[in-house]
Ligand binder design. Sequence first.
Ligand code: GRG
Ligand code: ZN
Length: 309
Amino acid sequence: MELRVDKHVEFIKSLEKKKDFDSMVMEHLRMNGAYWGLTALDLMECREDVDDAKVISWLLQCKHDCGGFSGNIGHDPHILYTLSAVQILAIYDRMELLDSDKVASYIASLQQEDGSFAGDQWGEIDTRFSYIALCCLSLLKRLDVINVEKAVDYIASCKNFDGGFGSIPGGESHAGQIFCCVSALAIAGALHHIDKDLLGWWLCERQVKSGGLNGRPEKQPDVCYSWWVLSSLVTLDRVDWIDKEKLKTFILDCQDTEEGGISDRPNDAVDVFHTFFGVAGLSLLDYPGLKRIDAVYALPVDVVKRIFG
Ligand code: GRG
Ligand code: ZN
């Protein structure tokens, strides 16, 4: 089977027009949805007929006085949506629309004494937020506003005996958290904290018979782990440890070839999250006709090159 670019582009574009139950559920995280949809379109080189001015004007209305962004207009700011907003403006090459001092001070305000990061003013701590803080500040070239050494020490304290990482110290290893910790350490130049062979082994063991990847031992495969697991293997330089052809086939089998979109597993309902991670996974696998995605910043390689030269 081939990647049905035409169908997926139509599916992503149709989401804006639909006002059904799904888009209502998604309303509070619309900023993430916009990043998933837009990045997927960009990887497929089909971003032309999105109304850029409309997206940017909406995005700027999600900006708060504290420097953070919310998931939609009138909602509360959160570090999750702040990264998506920065990533969207990076793709548009419109980072000058950001007050980078303000965004940077918002993120710095979320760092705790032990080096960890809270997601917002309510204080939930998670290694996801450590990655987001480092990724955002690196894109803004403002890593100087936080204590990077302490951020690294905290992430290292979330490492487990199996080589993986959890959401907090002692938390079970999970591929999603591993992506966050590996990428954050890569940004901080601190990959020496990782035993690449041990973690590479845990990650490649995520491939199941069907060719798909799961997020933890004994769990079902899911297309989104083609991103969380595969990007980590790329960063650790161990991507040849999995069967790439079988994974490609698994992702392509999760396409809705009639209505467009990609689901978590074959024959399930499609959504924009899995559509993005399916396309992103295929991009990491050098699928023909797709732009390359950067495994650490989760942005097209040309965008990352434009920022860092
Ligand atoms: C810029 C790509 C990018 C990410 C931003 C939000 C974030 C940073 C990272 C999230 C990492 C994460 C924890 C991903 C896992 C998401 C997921 C599929 C959770 C479900 O986990 P389980 O254990 O489900 O409930 P299964 O059945 O898959 O084990
Ligand atoms: Zn999933």
